[in-house]
Design a protein around this ligand. Structure first.
Ligand SMILES: Nc1ncnc2c1ncn2[C@@H]1O[C@H](COP(=O)(O)OP(=O)(O)OP(=O)(O)O)[C@@H](O)[C@H]1O
Ligand SMILES: [Mg+2]
Length: 416
């Protein structure tokens, strides 16, 4: 693709000599453009585009054998940077909608003169430059996000051990400590239940970002993300299992990059299934929180997970931090036993507190924000503080975003 100084390269596809001549003469008048040798039909069009690297492609609606919609589709898939413009005969104006939906950026109604043609090009050239600039800005933001911010994946190979509870309370504690925006993402795409656990009534989910991953911007992301009364930003799992099934890892990765550019901290509840999507999150995160209960089955699964991290996934050992939930359960294994079995130090523990935990889920309010003096809350705070230190980040004392506790409770409780 040309840089901002070089003339824009224009490829015209038409068998109409008059159109070709008019376009060529118009382009020769303006140093900002360079007309490439066109082709008359679609047989070798994709090859020609690959070879001649145009910025703009002009497609004559009446070019022989041109399956316009299919061709627009192919061009936008294979060459997403190329701007396509369709030359539409006056009597085919009704096709405008179909043409634009198929991926054309603009159309020119034929007959047209040189000035009209150059005016359309000028407008598109401006848009093109703006696009290039915002793309390079976005690239910078991505680098910044990757280098400086925190994405945490909470995972457990075993279900029901408290993965979602830990993710929710970690997100709330990070927000509390850092005074920065934290996004809680339900990465358990099938059967995720963060929305219900937080009493959120929204139809929006991560699936709403997937069709737009090629062009995500902050406005779109903020439209889709929900705001919990605590101030936590939440992106639930799709309510519809077929929407969840259709999400591909590469799209999820692009969606996550978009989210990381908007939210300084992202906590992902990735559930208990080591799918391609879960691994995608793990690849893109800074730390993986491995939640275990103090029992032998959990330990065996956790130790297998460490093995997979070491062999298949090649994660450094210190990327995974072990958190023992319900560590003081009666008849549970001791921390020493757990550390010996896993050959790592336990990073944090959460006490067994059925009442507070259930109350939190039933009310849709994180323990962190409702049970001021509970040991579970204190454990969440300690966990967040130590994690911030492990990430090498510093809490931002200046900003004050903490909500009044009673306000949060009264607005959120579904028990009234
Ligand atoms: N520290 C705790 N003390 C007592 N009960 C807890 C604790 N943490 C979680 N629980 C309870 O365990 C149950 C499962 O919790 P949670 O939904 O967070 O687990 P999960 O691993 O996300 O489950 P799933 O596999 O279904 O997604 C809930 O009823 C919750 O109240
Ligand atoms: Mg869960």
């Amino acid at each position: 693709m040309s840089n901002s100084q070089a003339p824009l390269r224009i490829l015209t596809i038409s068998a109409n000599e008059l159109i070709l001549e008019l376009i060529q003469t118009a382009l020769e008048r303006d140093e900002h453009y360079f007309g490439l040798d066109g082709v008359a039909h679609q047989d070798d069009l994709l090859e020609t585009i690959a070879r001649s690297a145009p910025d703009f492609v002009l497609l004559d609606f009446l070019a022989p054998n041109l399956q316009l919609v299919e061709m627009l589709d192919k061009i936008s898939l294979q060459f997403p940077e190329v701007v396509t413009i369709v030359i539409l005969p006056e009597d085919q104006v009704a096709e405008v909608h179909r043409v634009l939906m198929a991926g054309a950026r603009a159309f020119i109604i034929q007959p047209f003169n040189q000035n009209q043609f150059l005016t359309v090009l000028e407008r598109l050239a401006e848009l093109h430059q703006r696009n290039l600039k915002s793309k390079s800005d976005a690239a910078l933001q991505v680098e910044y996000a990757a280098a400086h911010r925190g994405t945490i994946v909470v995972f457990s190979p075993k279900g029901g051990v408290g993965c979602s509870s830990v993710a929710i309370n970690l997100a709330a504690a990070l927000m509390n400590e850092l005074k920065q925006e934290v996004l809680l993402l339900d990465g358990k795409l099938l059967f995720g239940d963060l929305d219900i656990m937080l009493n959120l009534k929204t139809q929006n989910s991560i699936a709403d970002l997937i069709p737009h991953v090629g062009a995500l911007d902050e406005g779109l992301i903020r439209d889709v993300v929900s705001v919990h009364v605590s101030g936590l930003k939440v992106l639930p799992a799709p309510a519809n299992p077929s929407a969840a099934h259709g999400i591909r890892p590469e799209d999820l990765h692009r969606a996550l990059i978009g989210l990381q550019t908007v939210f300084p901290y992202v906590v992902i509840d990735s559930g208990n299934f080591l799918s391609d999507n879960a691994v995608t999150f793990m690849d893109a995160c800074h730390k993986i929180i491995l939640v275990v209960n103090p029992d032998i089955a959990c330990l065996r699964d956790a130790s297998r997970f460490f093995e997979i991290c070491r062999t298949t996934l090649s994660f450094p050992k210190d990327k995974v931090l072990v958190v023992v939930n319900q560590h003081d359960q009666r008849d549970g294994l001791s921390l020493k036993d757990i550390e010996r079995a896993l050959q790592v130090k336990v990073f944090a523990t959460f006490p067994w507190d059925r009442r507070t935990s259930l109350q939190s889920i039933n009310r849709g309010v994180p323990v962190m924000l409702q049970a001021q003096n509970s040991p579970l809350r204190k454990a969440s705070m300690n966990f967040a503080t130590n994690l911030i230190a492990a990430l090498g980040h510093v809490p931002n004392e200046a900003a004050k975003t903490r909500k009044v506790l009673s306000d949060v409770l009264s607005k959120s409780s579904r028990l009234g």
